[in-house]
Design a protein around this ligand. Structure first.
Ligand SMILES: CC(C)(COP(=O)(O)OP(=O)(O)OC[C@H]1O[C@@H](n2cnc3c(N)ncnc32)[C@H](O)[C@@H]1OP(=O)(O)O)[C@@H](O)C(=O)NCCC(=O)NCCS
Length: 440
């Protein structure tokens, strides 16, 4: 494909996602190590781009390496217990200094607007503040965590007001206590609490290091809540808290259980990682979602475009008979679609002939990318259920290229004479489709 075709295809492909994400709340979290990457400014500019597309963005940043540098300069040692920093009174100054420097850097990058675009210089408004109230972690197993704290309350009203007036909200992993003290918190905890309290659509955690693998050894793209729980059960807690995957799973499960629809684990070193994850069908990271990912439903007229896009390549290959937009529109109530993130990835239609007690299963199609994943089987099962519920006793299908597929699922050879008369009259002898019937 040439550059133009790639652009057009990519832009068309991303349009439904732009529509879906508009007005939604996303919480993006990264640690201070992301700032050390050459890609960092591009990453922040992509966040500005998301904002310009109408996403309500809360950015939560950590600052671990920046604290380390400052402690070293002051001749102080870092101390961690079970992966959590112990922030003594002498280290607090370094923590506050580190938080300030990271926040300033992010604010400066956001102030540039969208780099290399006509929106360069159209600065994005950023709101920071005392959005998170902290409480001390206190003394645990004899260790006084001093100025290390945890989230006590999130001022959702203040954050929502800022988001509502078109600002990006930028939150450091620092919290303030009602007594005026400052506490150092873990950025992951702050981000998760904010996402939960705001009932965010997405929590996006940007990391580097180890990734979650599927059983085949490839990157696991999606996990349901129960998959995530199971994966978590297989990873014992690490004492230095550097198990990237475990950290992610803990927060993803917590977010999911408390109403955040999706939590994503992404590699911040990948150029454009946020755009690839949010505006392409399969993304590039691992996503944990509260509900099963693919959903089946009856089609509506709004799905006609998606159905046509799915079946056109199959019509060209002769696997499906050609159908005009009008024809699909007239029978749209007969279609079932399988949807993933707003895109139609499979469909089928059940055209009933009630007088004969039969129905035609037609236009069963699965997008090439999603073949061999049991989706054809699943849709056939759903179609059979619907047909049975509608009093249909037999299901017939006309197929040129999937005869064996249907036979393996209980369909048997039949002849044209067994079709309802109306259907017989429309039979296209040139296509020479095989007629198969299944008793329900
Ligand atoms: C037929 C179709 C719907 C199957 O969808 P799918 O989601 O890939 O299928 P499933 O994952 O449920 O099943 C995969 C199995 O079917 C087999 N299979 C897939 N297409 C087949 C075909 N055309 N003929 C025979 N077997 C086929 C696969 O080899 C696999 O078998 P295995 O598990 O033994 O390895 C899909 O291939 C498609 O869209 N085909 C083009 C349209 C078409 O012909 N529709 C039927 C006319 S209405």
């Amino acid at each position: 494909m040439n550059d133009r075709a790639t652009f057009v295809r990519g832009f068309r492909g991303s349009a439904p996602y732009i529509h879906t994400h508009r007005g939604r709340v996303f919480v993006v979290q990264f640690d201070g190590d992301a700032l050390l990457e050459a890609q960092f400014s591009a990453l922040v500019h992509d966040m500005a781009l998301l904002h310009s597309l109408g996403v309500k963005l809360v950015i939560v940043h950590g600052f671990r390496p920046q604290i380390e540098d400052r402690l070293k300069l002051r001749g102080l040692e870092s101390r961690f217990v079970d992966g959590v920093r112990v922030t003594g009174a002498d280290a607090l100054d370094a923590v506050v200094d580190a938080a300030g420097s990271v926040r300033t850097e992010v604010e400066a990058l956001l102030s540039m607007g969208l780099a290399n675009s006509p929106m360069h210089g159209a600065g994005v408004r950023v709101a920071s503040g005392n959005f998170v109230t902290a409480r001390p972690m206190g003394i645990r197993d004899g260790v006084d965590f001093a100025f290390t704290g945890e989230v006590r309350r999130v001022d959702t009203e203040a954050i929502e007001r800022r988001l509502g007036d078109g600002s990006i909200v930028l939150v450091s992993a620092l919290g303030y206590s009602p007594s005026g003290e400052v506490f150092n918190m873990r950025a992951e905890d702050v981000a998760t609490e904010i996402a939960v309290e705001l009932k965010a659509q997405k929590l996006l955690m940007l990391r580097t290091g180890e990734w979650i693998e599927s059983t085949s050894g490839a990157l696991a793209r999606q996990l349901t809540l129960s998959d995530a729980r199971q994966a978590l059960g297989q990873r014992p807690p690490s004492h230095n808290g550097d198990d990237n995957v475990r950290e992610f799973l803990v927060h993803a499960v917590r977010a999911c259980v408390n109403g955040v629809a999706r939590t994503h684990l992404l590699d911040y070193r990948v150029d454009g990682v946020l755009l690839l994850e949010l505006f392409t069908r399969d993304g590039v990271g691992t996503m944990v979602s509260a509900e099963a990912y693919d959903t089946t439903r009856r089609a509506t007229v709004e799905d006609i475009g998606g159905i046509l896009e799915l079946i056109e390549p199959l019509e060209e290959r002769g696997a499906l008979v050609r159908r005009s937009r009008d024809k699909i529109e007239t029978a749209i109530q007969d279609f079932l679609v399988l949807e993933r993130d707003g895109a139609i990835i499979a469909c089928t239609a059940i055209h009933p002939f009630p007088d004969d007690g039969v129905a035609e299963l037609a236009c069963l199609a699965v997008d090439d990318t999603y073949r061999m994943g049991g989706r054809g089987d699943f849709l056939l099962g759903e179609a059979q259920k619907e047909a049975r519920a509608g009093g249909i006793e037999r299901l017939f299908v006309l197929t040129t290229q999937a005869t064996h597929w249907f036979k393996e699922r209980g369909f048997e050879d039949a002849n044209i004479g067994e079709l309802p008369i109306q259907r017989r009259e429309l039979y296209n002898y040139e296509r020479g489709s095989k007629v198969l019937i299944k008793k329900l």
